[in-house]
Design a protein. Structure first.
Length: 206
């Protein structure tokens, strides 16, 4: 009886945990507005490049594949932007010095390592590096882009490369509601009480 109860507990925990992981890593088909941060590679700290991106991103999901659209500020400075598989330019506003690019992502729960190159002739700044685009799928909102006023303000916020945001962290993309975990605790507790009751019954019957 003891082995049976333990097996039931382990199988139940595995099934519930697997379901939670799959639910948090996938988005329903449709268009979503998702927060993201541009980090240094293999780090939770924001890169200097984080200031070159308008937030949030517009993400369209179809059959499990996400098509991401993000807007780059100071577009003339960014002479290279290459996520895995490359990116295409959707639109460009030379007056505002912005451009919107599009690329596909198979798993939004994982950082998207992207190559960038910044060229600023006026200050003789030329640098190529990699960044990680970290998407917070838990921040999913309805299909709307950033307000026009917010985009205009962000696009006009020009200047030399900003200081690095040391210690800044993006929210965990796997964050989910606490209710399922309470269910797991209740499940384990119920199994334990059942086992204890069964043991007491056997003791009393001896």
């Amino acid at each position: 009886m003891k082995k049976t109860l333990m097996l039931i507990m382990l199988v139940s925990l595995f099934v519930v945990s697997l379901g939670l992981t799959q639910a948090s890593a996938q988005l329903a088909d449709g268009t979503h507005s998702i927060k993201y941060q541009v980090n240094k590679p293999e780090s939770n700290s924001a890169s200097i490049a984080n200031d070159y991106f308008v937030k949030p991103a517009n993400v369209t999901v179809k059959n499990g594949t996400a098509t991401v659209q993000i807007t780059l500020k100071n577009s003339a400075w960014i002479t290279k932007f290459e996520p895995p598989g490359g990116a295409t330019v959707v639109s460009e506003d030379q007056a505002a010095d912005t451009r919107t690019v599009q690329f596909t992502v198979k798993d939004l729960s994982k950082p998207v390592v992207t190559s960038m190159k910044i060229d600023i002739d006026d200050i003789n700044y030329h640098h190529e590096y990699s960044v990680s685009l970290v998407f917070d799928a838990a921040s999913t909102a309805s299909a709307t882009s950033a307000p026009a006023s917010e985009k205009t303000t962000a696009a006009n916020d020009t200047g030399a490369p900003a200081a690095s945001h040391e210690g800044s962290q993006v929210p965990n993309p796997q964050t989910s509601d606490a209710t399922p975990y309470l269910f797991i605790i209740a499940l384990v507790g119920s199994a334990f009480l059942l086992y204890r009751k069964n043991s007491q019954t056997k003791t009393e019957g001896q």
